[in-house]
Design a protein around this ligand. Structure first.
Ligand SMILES: [Zn+2]
Length: 224
């Protein structure tokens, strides 16, 4: 039980970074649901966090930063480019700056976590949701870090970084106080804001799928 948690959450994941695992050819990007892909090539600097791609007509999007590799660059080039990189918080920046420079993409982060992504040019402020595009909304959720942000895509996928995880014992979402770096009371408040539980409900299946990836990846490596 604690094993997948340890792998899932950012600080302890650095102990067994996925960047140490050999990635076979053709594994990534892995389609998770319509238009959503897991990118792989997890960055050690991002504590082994997963990063994702949204392939969409309005411009392709990267969610958090993998390490900079030719394979990921080629994938976005094949899809027609990369318009926006959305960072959930300071821990999961990875090589977002290099991808941003390569593709001349906008890089989004909250001002409170901005120091982790000095090249970011789209700085979110305050706590009010910001509509990035008609199908893409940034929702500040301070707590895990002061600048944590969730991103809602198409009213069906919510990318939330480390602020919530799936508890496979209770089969429900859970936040972990021991991995809260800034303010637990603020994190609780953020996750209880009026609209977020509704959106969580919409995204429940999606989020369980994401957390299953973390659990399965750990099991596949035979970690205790
Ligand atoms: Zn984190």
């Amino acid at each position: 039980m604690m094993a997948w948690r340890a792998r899932l959450l950012c600080p302890t994941a650095s102990v067994r970074s996925e960047s140490h695992a050999r990635v076979p050819d053709g594994v990534f990007p892995e389609q998770m649901t319509k238009g959503i892909y897991r990118l792989g090539y997890n960055a050690k600097s991002a504590y082994g966090a997963h990063s994702f791609a949204i392939r969409r007509p309005g411009g392709n999007v990267m969610l958090d930063g993998p390490r900079f590799t030719r394979a990921v660059v080629a994938q976005f080039e094949n899809w027609g480019g990369l318009s926006d990189i959305l960072l959930t918080h300071r821990d999961d920046v990875g090589d977002a700056g290099r991808y941003g420079a390569h593709f001349a993409a906008r890089v989004w982060i909250h001002e409170a976590d901005r120091a982790a992504a000095p090249s970011a040019d789209c700085i979110l402020t305050g706590r009010e949701p910001v509509e990035i595009d008609a199908d893409l909304t940034a929702i500040p959720i301070p707590g895990h870090t002061e600048g944590s942000v969730a991103y809602l895509y198409d009213q069906r996928c919510l990318f939330i970084g480390d602020s919530l995880a799936w508890n496979f014992e209770t089969d429900d979402l859970e936040a972990f106080r021991q991995y809260c770096w800034w303010s637990w009371s603020e994190q609780r408040q953020s996750l209880n804001i009026t609209q977020l539980p509704v959106r969580m409900g919409v995204c429940r299946t999606w989020w369980k799928q994401v957390c299953s990836l973390h659990r399965d990846a750990r099991a596949a490596r035979g970690a205790a």
